[in-house]
Design a protein. Structure first.
Length: 624
């Protein structure tokens, strides 16, 4: 029998798996009440905003993969909104900036999560807005037990909030002090804001769709947008660039944007078709990695052995280098997607993998796009910057102790796997993160979603709403001519990356994880284990994980750590020694500390299964 930390959940009625047990319970409650996977996902998503406020919020970002029962493929709901009209390179340069701040008002793009949830609910759900919003309103108004890491994030930022972001202090420091871990925490302003959205939506009449459309207008054109616009227009607040600056987001920006639905990108791999978002997200790097790996012996390798870890790591380095050079909003830049996902291109990339670990940044030199590759190499090799207060990569704080202790990790220390010396430190907060959820209902409808942004650490709370703005603009560059150059109306190249895969026999799989640049790394490892070695979802999730910080990070301070490889110690000393011998700059993580994977599956028989990571002890799968 395969060892697992928890049983794989199995049933036929429905399964839900999220990064917080309360959201999983809310999703299952929604399924029990007759809702679809879309209804349950919406209810869980709004709940996650409340119970994991250090990881996501109402004014954040959201990509969703949704597949109707019987449909050939899922579609993507894009809740990654673009930069505001005033977000120009010229303006940011005039503010004395060489890079977009990682925290503060200039780090904000148009909030996209709410409208994406509404589009999912309208077109794929059956329930009314009240039914999916009420659990979140309840937890915000009446309280929920504050996660230890959320309490720690508030405590780490407490002095900064008091001095520079008083609206955040009012929300996250009740009574003037950070909440104690496990204490009941309330956000009455958030509860009141959502209650008002609901009341104004229901005033539009009794029709379900009319209410949802009214809620979208209230959010984008009514009191929510007006409150945000007025706050940003008047506030001059400290950002991670070290100065007090005004933002550029306006109510007009919010009124001019709505979430959209689009086709997913996909590749075939060993009988499976794997689906991801477009190149405005990092998801296609997983597809590129599969193209490279299908021409290797990865299927025969021990998934817990050094050959597997080395091959997958070197493959990821190549795919992530292409992400940095070639990905961006395809509505604003020509992206060679067909080339990037072609087998011919993968053959050339695969030939670069050697027995020794690479320490080079090697994006592909695609004809006509060579300048992008050269620019990506130049950026990755530039001196690392220090990160200011509230900034940093929204991954697992405990995996970035060096950065959390002092911003960017110098390349000399990084190459040796060491932490930054404290005398070279610039104080930063606890890091943010992301959340994830997967739901499958009894009819076979499936949803995979990765909400993020708008967490408490990296943007001040909008007074009267109880919500911080997002900081996704930090993924832009203040350099002309790139697919990721800052420009009005352009979507930042997000790291958010839900996944689905379908086997030729009819098996469907929805999976994902928080983790910034690590999301598709951990998901690739999970998928390879499920495809080639381990059917049990929980066992595949429990298996030891690894990732590399070799590529340039997506978040301030945008550092690269050439040759870096972090592994969990469960691989064993022999494997770790073998990886060191191959030249990997090895960093051994604490036990059970890497990844927050969750997954759900539907077999051709109708059997539903789900699993959730035991790491951090808060993700749970529920089903019957």
């Amino acid at each position: 029998m395969t060892f697992t930390t928890r049983p794989e959940i199995a049933g036929t009625f429905g399964v839900a798996t999220t990064t917080h047990w309360l959201a999983s319970a809310v999703a299952m409650r929604t399924l029990e009440a007759g809702g679809t996977a879309a209804d349950a996902a919406c209810a869980a998503g709004f709940t996650l905003q409340v119970v994991e406020p250090h990881l996501n919020g109402p004014l954040g970002d959201l990509p969703i993969l949704v597949r109707r029962a019987g449909a050939e493929a899922p579609t993507v709901i894009c809740g990654q909104a673009p930069a505001p009209a005033g977000a120009t390179i010229e303006h940011y340069r005039a503010e004395g900036l060489e890079a977009v701040p990682g925290a503060g008002l200039l780090a904000t793009v148009i909030p996209g999560a709410f409208d994406a949830w509404m589009l999912l609910l309208r077109d794929h759900g059956t329930m009314r807005l009240r039914e999916v919003l009420e659990p979140a309103i309840h937890y915000a108004a009446h309280g929920h037990p504050m996660l230890a890491r959320a309490a720690g994030a508030a405590a780490a930022m407490a002095d900064f909030f008091r001095e520079h972001w008083p609206t955040s202090a009012e929300t996250w420091l009740p009574g003037g002090e950070p909440p104690a871990p496990g204490s009941m925490f309330r956000n009455p302003a958030l509860a009141a804001a959502y209650a008002r959205v609901l009341a104004e939506a229901e005033a539009a009449g009794t029709d379900r769709v009319a209410q949802i459309e009214a809620a979208r207008r209230v959010w984008a054109e009514g009191f929510v947008a007006e409150t945000i616009g007025a706050f940003v227009a008047e506030a001059e607040l400290m950002d991670s660039g070290g100065a007090r600056r005004r933002g550029v987001l306006t109510a007009e920006d919010m009124a001019g944007w709505r979430a959209t639905e689009e086709p997913a990108l996909s590749v075939d791999y060993h009988g499976w078709t794997v689906h991801k978002t477009g190149v405005w997200g990092q998801g296609p790097l997983l597809l590129q990695a599969l193209r490279i790996l299908e021409g290797t012996d990865v299927a025969t390798l021990d998934p817990n052995g050094p050959d597997f870890v080395h091959l997958v790591t070197e493959t990821l380095k190549l795919a992530m280098a292409d992400r940095e050079a070639h990905y961006g909003d395809p509505l604003h830049s020509e992206i060679p997607v067909e080339t990037l996902l072609s087998r011919t291109y993968a053959d050339a990339r695969r030939a670069l993998i050697a027995e020794e670990a690479s320490t080079e940044q090697r994006p592909g030199l695609i004809p006509g796009y060579e300048a992008r590759a050269e620019a990506a190499i130049r950026r990755a090799n530039a001196p690392a910057r220090a990160a200011g207060a509230g900034a940093g990569e929204p991954t697992m704080a405990h995996l970035a102790a060096g950065a959390a202790a002092g911003g960017a990790i110098p390349k000399d220390a990084a190459a040796a796997g060491g932490a930054i010396p404290k005398d070279r430190a610039t104080p930063v907060s606890e890091k943010g993160d992301t959340v994830h959820l997967d739901v499958i209902d009894r009819w076979g409808n499936m949803v995979s979603a990765t909400p993020s942004g708008g967490w408490l650490q990296s943007s001040p709370v909008v007074p009267g709403l109880g919500m911080p703005l997002n900081s996704r603009a930090q993924m832009f560059w203040l350099e002309e001519g790139l697919p990721t150059s800052l420009a009005p109306g352009r979507r930042p190249r997000t790291t958010l990356s839900p996944s689905m895969a379908f086997h030729a026999d009819g098996t469907g799989l929805a999976f994902g994880t928080p983790g910034g640049d690590q999301q598709d790394q951990w998901q690739l490892i999970l998928l390879l284990r499920l495809v080639h070695h381990e059917r049990n979802l929980q066992a595949a999730i429990d298996a030891p994980l690894f990732h590399t910080w070799h590529a340039q990070a997506s978040f301030e301070p945008r550092a690269a750590r050439p040759g870096h490889l972090m592994v969990e110690p469960a691989f064993g000393e022999a494997v770790l020694d073998a990886l060191r011998a191959r030249g990997h700059a090895l960093e051994v993580a604490e036990p059970w500390s890497v990844g927050r994977l969750v997954a759900a599956a539907r077999d051709p028989s109708g059997l539903l299964r789900a699993g959730a990571t035991p790491r951090l002890m808060q993700a749970y799968a529920i089903g019957r």
